[in-house]
Design a protein around this ligand. Structure first.
Ligand SMILES: NC(=O)c1ccc[n+]([C@@H]2O[C@H](COP(=O)([O-])OP(=O)(O)OC[C@H]3O[C@@H](n4cnc5c(N)ncnc54)[C@H](O)[C@@H]3O)[C@@H](O)[C@H]2O)c1
Length: 443
């Protein structure tokens, strides 16, 4: 066997022995030399998700492999507040190009308002960076096409950070489907329950405007459409949807701009005091002078133009029908997913009510037994039930490792999950006409 620098084995290296060899190791055997340089990551969007999950948590868990080299936000004060919360010395910017040119990152992490992701994804690629973006990849089909076109011109990679795939229950469902536990999948029922706290919060914030979030069919449901696309391993083809604003927005007799100044504090069940959360005070209320953004906006504002009640049917290339609903004003949080197959049914139920919680994956075989699936991966500590740290481990520590469940998500996954939501929105706007994904973009 001939031995080259890149193929030399550890045994051969030791057998060849000698201090002389060791002394020249870094020059002759680069693979055995000093540790890899840390990944240089710049972050745009220093709000909650940027400063905490992609800031604080990265510094805490991955400082040996990642260095945050720059922070950018359209709000100068929030960039500084984010920097203080993360606890690093990286420079802050309001100009994205300047940040990239001055800090030379390998990777850009995009955690801005949804409707602006495409700008930084495209510009990040153009400036020679790999790009990681929070979901949704984009909020309309023009943005999607522009990102697809930019990717064709670039050798750099886009990663979409779909943490929901990393929940132990989601992984188990994927594994059981790969094992054909319910035979061939015929249809899926997916119901998302958002309560009067979490659900209401979307109507307080920038998400309340379609132009920012693409509606919750894109902002929120892109997680769920991604799960369905990933589990089914098939292309969504056609989407038909209904949507209404039946609870928040104009559906109340009184309203204000935001909770702090509201004359109806005593009587409004949705009154919420943002000043009770010191982190939110730093990130939002102390930064209002720059952009006027009110974190505690009124859930009854007349300008709310997203839906709070949504029903969607998606037809897949492999013939599967997905029936999806999301309601945002419920007395409890949770999710109920049932996968109906030729040999059984797989149910994933998660309910968190006041004083009650139920979390179960159940496999029922046709003409057979029904049993709770026990061998789930243990939940980790941290945000989103540990799903964030599972995903970050894979991104930062297991980048080249095997991925039997296909957890890694890229441009194609990001595009299709957003496009289902975008198609649903168009369907609603066109009186529930069916919209074909292929008519929206050239994939
Ligand atoms: N995967 C998840 O579980 C998860 C959870 C929360 C949020 N998110 C995603 O993270 C992103 C940020 O959400 P958030 O909750 O942190 O919101 P946020 O409002 O706290 O932060 C958004 C930040 O983007 C900045 N921004 C807005 N427009 C900008 C622009 N044009 N250029 C630069 N910065 C701009 C704002 O000033 C703000 O600091 C969203 O895309 C959201 O969908 C994902």
């Amino acid at each position: 066997m001939t031995t080259t620098d890149s193929t030399i084995t550890r045994r051969a290296f030791i057998a060849a022995g000698g201090a002389a060899l060791a002394a020249t190791a870094t020059r002759s055997f680069p693979l055995l030399a000093a540790p890899q340089p840390r990944l240089r990551m710049a972050l745009v969007g220093t709000g909650n998700r940027g400063s905490l999950t992609w800031g604080q948590e990265v510094v805490k868990g991955y400082s040996d492999v990642v260095e945050i080299v720059g922070l950018c936000d359209i709000n100068r004060k929030r960039a500084e507040a984010g920097k203080a919360l993360i606890g690093i010395n990286a420079p802050t910017f309001v100009d994205f190009d300047r940040m990239i040119n001055e800090t030379r990152p390998d990777t850009v992490m995009v955690t801005t308002v949804d409707g602006t992701h495409y700008r930084y994804i495209i510009r990040g690629l153009e400036l020679g960076c790999n790009v990681m973006t929070e979901k949704p990849l984009c909020t309309d089909e023009q943005q999607c096409q522009a990102i697809l076109d930019a990717q064709k011109k670039s050798s750099k990679k886009i990663t979409v950070t779909f943490n929901a795939r990393h929940a132990p229950e989601a992984k188990k469902v994927k594994q059981l489907l790969l094992e054909k536990a319910v035979g061939d999948v015929i249809s899926v029922d997916f119901h998302e329950y958002l309560d009067t706290s979490h659900g209401a919060d979307y109507f307080r914030r920038w998400h309340r405007l379609k132009q920012n979030s693409g509606t919750l069919l894109v902002h929120k449901a892109s997680h769920h459409f991604d799960l369905a696309n990933w589990w089914l391993d098939s292309m969504p083809m056609e989407v038909t949807a209904f949507g209404d604003l039946k609870f928040y927005g104009h559906n109340n007799s009184f309203r204000s701009t935001h909770c702090r100044v509201c004359p109806y504090k005593q009587q409004c069940k949705f009154y919420w005091d943002v000043t009770q959360n010191p982190q939110y005070v730093k990130l939002y209320t102390e930064c209002e002078s720059e952009d006027g953004y009110l974190r505690d906006g009124c859930v009854w504002r007349d300008d709310i133009n997203i839906y709070d009640t949504m029903s969607v049917v998606v037809k897949y290339e492999n013939g599967v029908h997905l029936t999806y609903t999301a309601n945002t004003y419920l007395p409890y949080e949770g999710q109920s997913v049932s996968i109906n197959g030729s040999r059984g049914r797989l149910d994933y139920t998660e309910v968190k009510a006041n004083g009650f919680a139920n979390n179960e994956v159940r496999l029922t075989r046709s003409f057979g037994k029904s049993e709770a699936v026990k061998d789930l991966e243990t939940s980790r500590a941290g945000s989103h039930g540990g799903a964030d740290s599972s995903m970050q481990d894979q991104i930062f520590r297991g980048a080249q490792g095997s991925d039997p469940l296909n957890l890694r998500a890229g441009l194609h996954d990001g595009a299709l999950s957003s496009l289902v939501g975008i198609a649903a929105r168009h369907s609603i706007e066109r009186g529930s006409q069916t919209v074909k994904i292929n008519d929206l973009v050239k994939l």
